[in-house]
Design a protein around this ligand. Structure first.
Ligand code: COI
Length: 356
């Protein structure tokens, strides 16, 4: 069994840091010098190691390639603007959700404590990769997958867990146009929609491509049964402000329980906003737009932070959201969230874990 004492470390011969353009950090393309790898075999996790970031060799018969036995997480680390400490945001929640995803997909779980300890070691090693520009962070991508060399349909006997890290700017650089999706379905209650299964994102790709051809950035999923109720955006959870109230779809069993979603709900409540987690129908949102009471709409997620929606598209019609200057509440909440993550705002909920 692996533990923090048996973590092996192999350093890069030469860092790529000096040849990395920190003024141009597209999401998901720049990775730091090292990554964490752990293998599962013979019923246990072993061979935990920090190694140079690079390609891995896998068999084309790999379980996850054929049957999507794979899940992942998204997390961020920032520097405390006052002390320079490295701050992780709610990492235990990600460790828990990784395990929830693993269980749903028939995969072994991983110790939450060890997950956080290994991550801290990795980040310490590559701490110079943490960007300090406004709206940037060290993005953390744990991924767990079945790695058997076998194409029979059964859970893999072997697994690999990697944690990749890399500096990133914002996922979306500007407010997004979102199409309300009525034909395709992301998830049903009882499926895998409420965990971070890699396959959930695959289901998004074709409809998102079609939406892109119509000029949209993403799709807003509706429920699989009736398409009457809003669920989430392809890359983030969704919120509305209707007549002063913050409204977001309740976790229905087919919606991802976003950690940013949960944090945003708390931050709005702290500001004495009424927050309703309930069914939100397309009809209600469009009626509010018609009545002039749809004050705001935005997506939230680790990568996206808080991303405003510029336009909703539904059945060929465009519904423009109010100008950004009026969307003060969500902009303030975004600033507060970033403030907590960077030590500018007090961490009154104990969300921050320091890497020391
Ligand atoms: C994240 O927000 O970190 C995610 O994993 C979502 C992904 C679409 C980038």
């Amino acid at each position: 069994m692996t533990n923090i004492m048996t973590l092996k470390v192999q350093r890069v011969k030469e860092s790529r840091l000096s040849s990395t353009d920190f003024n141009n950090l597209p999401f998901g393309r720049v990775f730091s010098d090292h990554m964490l790898a752990v293998n599962y075999q013979n019923g246990q996790w072993e061979n935990a190691r920090i190694i140079p970031f690079g390609n891995i060799e896998v068999t084309p018969a790999l379980t996850c390639l054929h049957y999507a036995q794979a899940c992942f997480e998204g997390m961020k680390a920032n520097r405390d603007v006052n002390t320079g400490d490295i701050l992780l945001f709610r990492p235990r929640e990600n460790a828990r959700r990784l395990n929830a995803s693993a269980i749903r997909l028939g995969m072994p779980t991983f110790s939450e404590d060890l997950f956080i300890d290994y991550l801290k070691e990795l980040i310490q090693m590559d701490k110079d990769w943490i960007p300090d520009m406004e709206d940037s962070a060290l993005y953390i991508r744990p991924v767990l997958f079945g790695s058997d060399d076998f194409i029979g349909v059964r859970p893999s006997d072997t697994y690999q867990l990697y944690i990749l890290i890399g500096p990133t700017g914002p996922y979306y650089g500007k407010p997004v146009k979102v199409k309300i999706e009525e034909e395709f379905v992301r998830a049903f209650r009882g499926g895998t929609g409420d965990v971070k299964a890699s396959g959930n994102y695959a289901a998004t790709l074709h409809p998102a491509l079609l939406a892109k051809k119509e000029g949209y950035d993403q799709i807003l999923w509706t429920d699989g049964q009736t398409h009457e109720y809003i669920e989430e955006i392809g890359t983030m959870n969704v919120f509305f402000i209707i007549d002063g109230k913050v409204v977001t779809p309740a976790l229905s069993g087919s919606i991802l329980p976003g950690i940013t979603r949960d944090s945003i709900i708390q931050l709005f409540k702290d500001q004495n906003f009424e927050v309703e987690e309930r069914k939100v129908s397309v009809k209600e949102v469009l009626a509010a737009h018609q009545a002039g009471t749809l004050e705001d709409a935005f997506g939230v997620g680790t990568a996206a932070t808080v991303t405003h929606i510029a336009e909703l598209g539904y059945q060929g019609q465009t519904y423009r959201l109010p100008e950004m200057e009026t969307r003060k509440a969500s902009t303030a909440i975004k600033e507060e969230l970033i403030g907590i993550k960077t030590g500018r705002v007090a961490d009154r909920h104990g969300w921050i874990v320091r890497v020391s």
